[in-house]
Ligand binder design. Structure first.
Ligand SMILES: CSC[C@H]1O[C@H](OP(=O)(O)O)[C@H](O)[C@@H]1O
Ligand SMILES: Nc1ncnc2[nH]cnc12
Length: 293
């Protein structure tokens, strides 16, 4: 039986995971450039964990400056088999008040200036993305939240904007009309790249504010986000602890693990050798040139 290795990407306010066994920060090189930081390798009651602070320790990188490809690549090189991301988000619904946890099952991409794929320019590939979130991981997180007494809303649409500015009121109202539930700046292209790397992925979103649409609340600013994150830190840590405690120690089936089975269009004889070698970790399983598991 293959061992599961849980990857966690920490968002705003989450730059470390306290309480892990044998923690060590190890830099990993990527042919895709500079990742946000080293990876924190650790264990927890027999589970292998690998943690990456998305904005870097100290929050050095804006959402539009993050090298999402390098981050996913190094997590895959570190042996990660399942990826859970943590994000601070705004609420587009009255009932999703600050402090609420949401597990979105759909994303809408409003980013426009990011590298969104490992493929193209010599090796063209298209992955299915109709169901962008692992239903299995969502189930694991929901059960962990129940065990920790943390309320988590399963389901909802997360719209991802380019940032780094927050939205205008007109944009915020438009996203509500589009039936979006929460708003953030980082789940895409992260989720798309995780799918290309055949990593099951789910977002744990913590609502920190009412964005810019709510007549009874000031438009979001960083102070509001930071205040809500601080007020809910213990709850967030309890949830992460429960996920680590209950996460299956052996690999479970997931459709994302075979996302690349029929993805590539480019004929083998004309595939770019340079790109082929950069894809060793992400797609070695199907391109036959690397350690992709
Ligand atoms: C500090 S508010 C805006 C910032 O917070 C969220 O980051 P993350 O998803 O990494 O928690 C949002 O996407 C923005 O990057
Ligand atoms: N209102 C908001 N818009 C985009 N990203 C956010 N992260 C936290 N709150 C946000």
């Amino acid at each position: 039986m293959t061992e599961a290795v849980l990857g966690i990407i920490g968002g705003s306010g989450v730059y470390d995971i306290p309480g892990l066994e044998n923690p060590r920060w190890l830099p990993i090189e990527s042919p895709w450039g500079q990742p946000s930081d080293a990876i924190l390798f650790a264990e927890y009651e027999g589970l292998k964990l690998r943690f990456m602070p998305r904005h870097g320790r100290g929050h050095r990188l804006a959402p539009n400056e993050i090298n999402y490809r390098a981050n996913v690549d190094v997590l895959k090189r570190a042996g990660v088999t399942d990826l859970i991301s943590i994000s601070a988000v705004g609420s587009l619904r009255d009932e999703l008040a600050p402090g609420t946890f949401v597990l979105p099952d759909q994303y809408i991409d409003r980013t426009f200036a990011r590298a969104t794929s490992f493929f193209g320019s010599g090796i063209v590939g298209h992955v299915a993305f109709g169901e962008p979130v692992s239903a299995r991981l969502t189930g694991v997180i929901s059960a962990a939240a129940d065990s920790a007494g943390v309320t988590c809303h399963a389901g909802g649409t997360l719209v991802v904007i380019e940032g780094p500015q927050f939205s205008t009121r007109a944009e915020s109202e438009m996203y509500r009309k589009l039936d979006c539930d929460i708003i953030g700046m980082t789940a895409l292209p992260e989720a798309k790249l995780a799918r290309e790397a055949e990593l099951p992925y789910a977002t744990v979103a913590m609502v920190t504010d009412y964005d810019a649409w709510h007549p009874a609340h000031e438009a979001v600013d960083v102070q509001a986000v930071v205040t809500t994150l601080a007020a809910n830190r213990a709850k967030a840590q309890a949830l992460v602890g429960a996920i680590a405690r209950t996460f299956p120690r052996t690999l479970e089936d997931d459709p994302a693990r075979s996302a690349l089975a029929h993805a590539f269009m480019t004929a083998p004889e004309v595939r770019s050798p340079g790109l082929l070698s950069r894809l060793d970790a992400v797609a070695g399983r199907v391109l036959g040139n690397g350690n992709g598991k």
